[in-house]
Design a protein around this ligand. Structure first.
Ligand SMILES: C[S@@+](CC[C@H](N)C(=O)[O-])C[C@H]1O[C@@H](n2cnc3c(N)ncnc32)[C@H](O)[C@@H]1O
Length: 459
């Protein structure tokens, strides 16, 4: 009867005992079980039987044989692995060969790893890079790796950029990650966002959450063309990128929009804004993280399916649009999220922890919100989730298209700071009347500023 304990004992008796055990089985499952459970191999383990298994017809057996050959304490016969690499068709086995050779950390193996850098499989190239990076400050290795900055695969380019080309920031000179500028804190500026952002320094906001004006959907959003509209948004989001702190998030709420037909002789047109703006965002450096779908109750949206309900003719089907997108992007950095988190002290991390009942999927069911003055406001519930999941207490949250100020008041209620810009004077005035801005003025009042007053406030 095969068992892990049994295999463990036989392994200590030497490779021959394990070889006999393998030979006594014919079925693939048992042989794979033995090979998978060999674990760490004793120093004097005789692994000769493993080379015979490299010729086995079943790829799982070849794969596990390669894995164990890689554990033979630098005594592996690399030539046999290379022979297999040259004929092997299974990608997992090929990758394992490269990984096994890399793990040996032998200078003599560099020549093989250099060869693997030319493989068509990006994962093989990445494995070879990993194997070579252990030879720190080795000029020969650098000369082989640096040219990969032009590799066609983006993962490979990113690894090489991080290792050789990124400018390491001087910790002492940079503004602390958790801090921001006084003149931005709890400030609302009545101005075109692009004008206001000219005065905002690089890397000063922790989170941006916004819903842009919709293309020709309401009277505040008339653009000469869809292209001009996308380019305007692109200009704004480039600026958002500049003022966002390293590795921090940008959440963009949009949905496809319909522009009604001009007469019965014409068709209406749908513009897929989330999909059309996405390539611009990637191009300017935002890294795509998630697509959150905000689902509204069917009764709350405009009925488009009514006609179909009557005629039931295929092609004329028009479902009621109950979803909007909240696209999640992160400012590109080679640093992991842990780096961002560790910028905060333990108390802030503890106080910012998200309570039970958080969304566990990317589908969020939230009722829309209707407002007498502003026709397109965020539900507070949506803002709360975004701010709680993507910022820490004390962070600065930005909304370039402030509207009625939902992001501001929600940020404040969650102990975050906010900075908003809003072009329209009537919405700016409306924000002033919102009770949450004027109530709870404990440590920091909300500043409502014209562009000129904002400029004067800069210190
Ligand atoms: C969809 S609404 C945002 C509503 C907001 N999320 C809320 O909860 O109230 C978009 C807002 O962007 C504003 N806006 C449009 N173009 C702007 C620009 N160039 N600069 C600043 N604000 C602008 C509009 O006046 C409108 O209030």
């Amino acid at each position: 009867m095969l068992s892990k304990e049994n295999i463990f004992q036989l392994k200590l008796n030497g490779g021959e005992a394990v070889a006999d055990l393998v030979n006594s089985y014919r079925d693939i499952g048992s042989i794979v079980f033995i090979l998978e459970n060999l674990g760490r191999l004793p120093y004097n383990f005789n692994g000769n039987f493993l080379y015979g298994l490299l010729e086995h017809s079943h790829s799982q057996i070849r794969l596990n044989a390669v894995k164990n050959i890689g554990k033979l304490n630098g005594k592996s016969n690399i030539d046999k692995l290379i022979n297999l690499y040259e004929t092997e068709k299974d990608t997992s086995v090929r990758r394992e060969i490269v990984s096994a050779i890399g793990r040996q950390r032998q200078k003599d193996n560099k020549k093989y790893l250099y060869e693997f850098l030319n493989d068509d499989d990006p994962k093989i190239v990445c494995q070879a890079i990993r194997g070579l990076l252990v030879f720190e400050k080795d000029n020969d290795v650098e000369e082989h790796l640096k040219p990969l900055i032009n590799h066609q695969n983006e993962m490979i380019r990113t690894v090489i950029y991080k290792e050789y080309f990124s400018i390491k920031k001087n910790k002492n000179n940079s503004f602390p990650h958790t801090e921001t500028y006084e003149f931005l804190k709890n400030t609302i500026v009545n101005a075109d966002v692009l004008e206001a952002l000219k005065y905002v320094p690089d890397e000063s906001v922790h989170l941006t959450f916004t819903s842009p004006p919709y293309y020709n959907a309401r009277d505040y959003s008339i653009y000469p063309s869809y292209k001009a509209y996308l380019e305007f948004l692109s200009d704004v989001f480039k600026e958002v990128y500049r003022i966002t702190k390293e590795g921090r998030f940008f959440l963009l709420n949009t949905s496809p929009i319909i522009v009604p037909r001009i007469s019965r002789a014409h068709a209406s047109k749908r513009y897929p804004i989330p999909f059309d703006i996405h390539p611009y965002l990637i191009e300017m450096g935002w890294e795509f993280i998630d697509d959150i779908i905000w689902v509204k109750p069917e009764a709350s949206v405009k009925n488009r399916v009514g006609g179909f309900q009557q005629h039931r003719k295929p092609l004329g089907y028009k479902p009621n649009p109950v979803t909007e997108y909240v696209m999640v992007y992160r400012k590109t950095t080679e640093k992991l999220l842990d780096w961002n988190i560790h910028q905060y002290d333990n108390e802030t991390i503890f106080r910012s922890k998200v309570a039970d009942g958080f969304e566990t999927t990317n589908v969020w069911k939230i009722d829309p919100c209707f407002d007498k003055i502003h026709t397109a406001v965020f539900p507070v519930e949506l803002c709360k989730k975004v701010i709680q999941y993507y910022s820490y207490k004390g962070d600065l949250v930005f909304d370039p298209f402030g509207g009625s100020g939902t992001v501001g008041k929600t940020a404040k209620s969650l102990d975050r700071l906010f900075f908003l810009t809003e072009k329209e004077a009537n919405y700016f005035e409306y924000m002033k009347t919102q009770k949450n801005y004027n109530r709870l003025i404990k440590e920091r009042e909300t500043r409502f500023l014209s562009l000129d007053a904002f400029k004067e406030n800069i210190k």
